[in-house]
Ligand binder design. Structure first.
Ligand code: NAD
Ligand code: UDP
Length: 313
């Protein structure tokens, strides 16, 4: 049994990771400041003897004794990370320094939830880990993109300077049950709009692309990376290489929900990447990981989740 700290553990991805690692018999400390997380995501875990919840903001130091850390604390939706951009970059710099401080003191292994946003609006397609990216350093997405780049830098410098056992995973767009109703990311927005019979809001003309990974596949990738050989520390892309235009996504969600929703075109937000698709060769070779769940199957599960949530609300 390992003592595992999951920061951002009450969020969308974090709650699934808590559940999975508890199921494998570990002791879990879930740390969250509830900015975008929700107690409902972990309510079913609260009574378990090997689960502990701490309300804490990682920009402040904290002393815990653990064997492994998954650092997921950071708002992930553009709407939320741009709400208080200074806080977002503080979370990714001061927060990551605090997390690395725990890892250094306790000799815990630490995995950083990085992002495909590291690649910005990419000129290389699909994106592989050796591509350095094209990020606007002064735009509205910079608090997140540059924050996450600084976090990767910190991971690597603590590894080189302090011998901390670090791992970096670059997560590509992931969706599934427990995304918040007000999350603002494309999959949850479109499903909720379709279920409510509201117009589907496509930003831009819908020709830009994303590649969508179901949460269970992503969690498997994070755990495999944490358990990989010490000499493989990444960064490694984890995402589903099946690429869709935003228009195709909208049409698929309308079909699966049997909705009468129309489509409304709104302006494309600044610096919105035109294309995104992971090259997962490295993950396949080094940790034997590739996604198993196709978009249609994952969307069906996510639609069912939102049907239940909307019925209750
Ligand atoms: P989320 O917003 O649902 O979860 C983030 C969690 O972190 C929330 O519970 C939030 O309350 C918590 N948090 C935020 N700031 C904090 C702070 N300062 N101190 C403590 N807790 C804090 O988002 P998610 O989709 O679950 O993303 C989890 C992680 O994965 C994030 O680091 C995100 O950048 C990364 N990621 C996610 C995706 C994706 O598609 N879901 C893609 C790339 C990277
Ligand atoms: N998007 C959209 N309508 C929405 C929400 C998002 O067309 O209601 C688009 C957004 O402009 C982007 C893509 O969908 O091109 C993915 O957006 P999301 O916020 O999910 O994540 P991103 O990959 O941009 O971080």
């Amino acid at each position: 049994m390992k003592r595992i700290l999951i920061t951002g553990g009450a969020g969308f991805l974090g709650s699934h990771l808590c559940e999975r690692l508890l199921g494998e018999g570990n002791d879990i400390i879930c740390l969250d400041n509830f900015f975008t997380g929700d107690k409902n995501n972990i309510a079913h875990l609260m009574s378990l003897p090997n689960f502990e919840l701490i309300r804490h903001d990682i920009i402040n130091p904290i002393y815990l004794e653990v064997d492994e850390i998954y650092n997921l604390a950071c708002p992930a939706s553009p709407v939320h990370y741009q709400f208080n951009p200074i806080k977002t970059i503080k979370t990714n710099v001061m927060g990551v320094i605090n997390v690395l401080g725990i890892a250094k003191r306790t000799k815990a292994k630490v995995l950083q939830a990085s992002t495909s946003e590291i690649y910005g609006d990419p000129e290389v397609h699909p994106q592989n880990e050796s591509y350095w990216g094209k990020v606007n350093p002064v735009g509205v997405r910079s608090c997140y993109d540059e924050g996450k780049r600084a976090a990767e830098c910190l991971m690597m410098d603590y590894r080189r300077q302090n011998s901390v056992n670090t791992k970096i995973v670059r997560i590509f767009n992931t969706y599934g049950p427990r995304m918040a109703i007000n999350d603002g990311r494309v999959v949850s927005n479109f499903i909720i709009q379709a279920l409510r019979g509201k117009n589907i809001t496509i930003y831009g003309d819908g020709a830009h692309t994303r590649s969508f990974c179901f949460v269970d596949d992503l969690v498997e990738g994070l755990i495999r990376m944490m358990n990989s050989a010490d000499h493989f520390y990444g960064p490694v892309n984890i995402g589903n290489p099946a690429e869709f235009t935003i228009m195709q996504l909208a049409q698929l969600i309308i079909k699966l929900t049997e909705s009468n929703s129309g489509i409304e075109f709104l302006p494309l937000p600044a610096d919105d990447p035109v294309q995104r698709k992971p090259d997962i060769t490295l993950a396949e070779e080094k940790i034997g990981w590739r996604p198993r769940i196709a978009l249609e199957e994952g969307l069906a599960k996510t639609i069912q989740y939102f049907r239940d949530v909307l019925k209750k609300s």
